[in-house]
Design a protein around this ligand. Structure first.
Ligand code: GRF
Length: 217
């Protein structure tokens, strides 16, 4: 999936909220002058702060709403897939996208969509991962970048970072400590994929596997 000689590696970002991971990713691309182009920032929330940031930076944006309620999640996912496919991304980056992605979306981008999650997967999937970590009494938590598949927070792991969970941590203080690491590992993974240092393979059965050529001797 590494970029061809002269054309930049194309990424689409999907988000639902403040977009700090998206901002960190863009900042990394700009600072390092990487041949990576953010071809779309898509949100299901028209008011998302991340979307406003994207517009401020002059990026191509789109809103695909879940509404009206009568619409099935499958139909919503078809619309999402269409909107993202139009931008022809090499990679889809889920950066705080808070909707369940079904096979209607995933099958279109199998092996080409990654997600950031605020726990050390496979622990604490789903919502409120930081609260789950505190309630479980673990001493260590962190964040994970993984391939996005139909099963929530469950695809092959691409990178993880650990942080301590302190005795007096609240959900907010732990979330802030984890977020700093998210802002480091998500851009690093996107860059590694663009540079071919992480390879995501999809076989004829649709099974996804990951290779880290830089680690191979
Ligand atoms: C992050 O904690 C991310 O791991 C989770 O949602 C949050 C998004 O934060 N999936 P932001 O919108 O990137 O600031």
């Amino acid at each position: 999936m590494s970029q061809s000689k002269n054309s930049p590696f194309r990424i689409a970002v999907m988000l639902s909220g403040r977009g700090s991971n998206f901002a960190a990713l863009r900042e990394h691309i700009v600072r390092e002058n990487l041949p990576i182009e953010i071809v779309l920032v898509l949100s299901d929330q028209p008011e998302a702060a991340g979307l406003a940031r994207a517009k401020g930076w002059g990026l191509n944006t789109a809103v695909v709403r879940r509404l009206p309620k009568e619409r099935s999640n499958a139909e919503f996912n078809v619309d999402l897939a269409r909107a993202v496919a139009r931008a022809k991304p090499d990679l889809v980056v889920l950066a705080g996208f808070m909707r369940i992605l079904t096979t209607e979306f995933i099958s279109e981008f199998r092996g080409r969509a990654i997600n950031i999650h605020p726990s050390l997967l496979p622990a604490f999937r789903g919502l409120h991962a930081q609260r789950q970590a505190i309630e479980a009494g673990v001493k260590l938590s962190g964040c994970t970048v993984h391939v996005a598949l139909e099963e929530l927070d469950a695809g092959p792991i691409l990178a993880q970072a650990e942080v301590p969970v302190l005795a007096d941590d609240t959900e907010e203080s732990l979330a802030a400590r984890i977020l700093k690491e998210e802002h480091r590992i998500l851009p690093a993974v996107v860059r590694d994929i663009a540079e071919g240092k992480i390879r995501i393979n999809v076989d004829a059965n649709g099974d996804v596997s990951v290779q880290f050529p830089k680690e191979e001797k």
